[in-house]
Ligand binder design. Structure first.
Ligand code: SAM
Length: 460
């Protein structure tokens, strides 16, 4: 990797826990860390997902693992079936922060404000108490599309993906119990993984990022209800984006800092904001097995007020149509069925209850799209195939690795005479998507925009 700029190194001196020699050594070392987090409703056993690799637990995360080497995720059909999410290990600490700050059982309304590509959203979804909802937002439109794809792979009906500017959330005053702001930042924590970012670093950019972080927070904070939890994180080491930003927050609104319990063997550095002594946590790559990261938890104080309700644009579908969808779902799947733009959406009951208010945002995806219900049939959507609520008993065909990759490239598949009509294509028992089996051919319904474009065979 390119040498770290001296101007950058100078800014690190005096930071809590900074050890110059160890920090520089780790940036000069060729070691790269790969970590994944299993999707608990699709995969529980790391050794069956990566039988060739050694896996070691990420200490602060259920289902988070370091892998002994980096497989080619693009050519692993299990990646496309949503069995796991590839996520940097330090940022998985968000799970521990949620565990220590959220009430254990009451359902919550959560917002992940800066969510693309979606690593933290998948983690938040899995960590929230049953009956909760997650609004996963990204302001940049193409990144919101990527976020929606990643959350479709994750497959749960309790997530709504939106594409809004933070200021739009002021329409949902006092709505959220939890707001996670994983802010856009100057990115020094990822220098080891992304050497190109080194060239882009400047102190001016740190200051610009700090101002943007303040603007984002100021715009979105009205949507956090009094008593609600704010979790702020960056992948920057800069005080201006971390501890000083906490001081700004403490002065901007009525917050109390929520310190976390750390295990000494985690080697996470506890720090405090200079003025208000708000607790923050620093991750250095020479101390933890992960990249640079900063996280802090705060609670908004004050009197709760109830948010307004609006008119529902997503009517529930007729009973006879519900009967036609039910055979596609797991018995007892707890969802409401709503009509939207000629298609049927399957959403968690809590999403259905809040959709009136949420529709003030630009919704990219709500719950799981079941598909289009015509007079003749349900034309099933890819989201249904990827979902955690789909029936296990639908016609399906298990594919070899080679055929799974053909399928994921949207190439022709061979005909299986035993099946007819809509069938799930599977790899190692996990759904990859739909195909329609006709008497003399198979139509591949893998979404064009998600297909594998790279040529070549997997590294095994
Ligand atoms: N939380 C994500 C995850 O875990 O996958 C990573 C988020 S990344 C650190 C920050 C995100 O903020 C980016 O997706 C970026 O597009 C978005 N962003 C950039 N400018 C923004 C702004 N002005 N307001 C809100 N979000 C912004």
């Amino acid at each position: 990797m390119p040498a770290l700029p001296q101007a950058f190194i100078d800014t690190l001196n005096g930071l809590p826990g900074y050890d110059a020699a160890a920090f520089l050594a780790v940036h000069n070392s060729p070691e790269r860390i790969t970590s994944v987090r299993l999707m608990p409703q699709k995969a529980q056993d790391i050794t069956s997902v990566f039988p060739q690799l050694e896996a070691q637990r990420v200490p602060w995360t259920e289902g988070g693992y370091y892998l002994s080497s980096r497989p080619s995720f693009t050519f692993d059909p299990q990646f496309h079936s949503g069995a796991y999410y590839v996520q940097e290990a330090s940022s998985m600490f968000l799970e521990e922060a949620l565990r220590q700050t959220l009430p254990a059982s009451s359902p919550l309304k959560a917002l992940d404000l800066c969510a693309a590509p979606g690593g933290k959203s998948t983690l938040i979804q899995a960590a929230l108490p049953a009956g909760s909802i997650l609004v996963s937002n990204e302001v940049i439109r193409p990144r919101a599309a990527l976020l929606a794809d990643n959350l479709s792979r994750w497959g749960t009906p309790d997530v709504v993906v939106t594409n809004n500017d933070p200021r739009d959330f002021s329409r949902l005053e006092n709505f959220f119990d939890l707001m996670v702001v994983d802010a856009p930042c100057s990115g020094s924590g990822l220098f080891r993984r992304d050497p190109e970012a080194v060239q882009e670093w400047s102190y001016d950019n740190v200051m610009l990022c700090s101002q943007r972080q303040q603007r984002i927070l100021a715009d979105a904070l009205p949507a956090l209800k009094p008593g609600g939890i704010l979790i702020y994180s960056t992948c920057s080491y800069a005080r201006e984006e971390d501890e000083r930003l906490l001081d700004w927050l403490m002065e901007y609104d009525n917050f109390v800092s929520l310190p976390l319990q750390l295990q000494p063997e985690w080697h996470i550095v506890a720090t405090e904001s200079p003025v208000h002594k708000a607790a923050g946590y620093r991750f250095y790559p020479d101390k933890v097995k992960g990249e640079g990261f900063f996280i802090a938890c705060l609670r908004k104080e004050g009197e709760a007020a109830s948010p307004k309700k609006g008119k529902n644009k997503f009517p529930e579908i007729a009973k006879k149509d519900v009967e036609r969808i039910l055979p596609w779902l797991k018995p007892g799947a707890d969802v409401r069925m709503m009509a939207h733009d000629g298609e049927v959406l399957l959403v968690a009951p809590a999403v259905a209850e809040e959709i009136t208010l949420l529709q003030q945002l630009y919704i990219r995806k709500a719950g799981v799209k079941a598909g289009q219900l015509t007079d003749k049939e349900l034309i099933p959507d890819h989201q249904l195939a990827m979902s955690t609520i789909i029936s296990q008993d639908l016609p399906a065909r298990e594919l070899s690795l080679e055929d799974a990759l053909h399928y994921l490239r949207r190439e022709d598949l061979r005909v299986d005479a035993a099946l007819k009509g809509w069938a799930l294509m599977r790899f190692r028992d996990m759904n990859l998507g739909w195909a329609k089996i006709l008497p003399n051919r198979v139509n591949n319904y893998y979404p064009k925009e998600m297909r594998i474009l790279k040529s070549g065979m997997p590294e095994t």
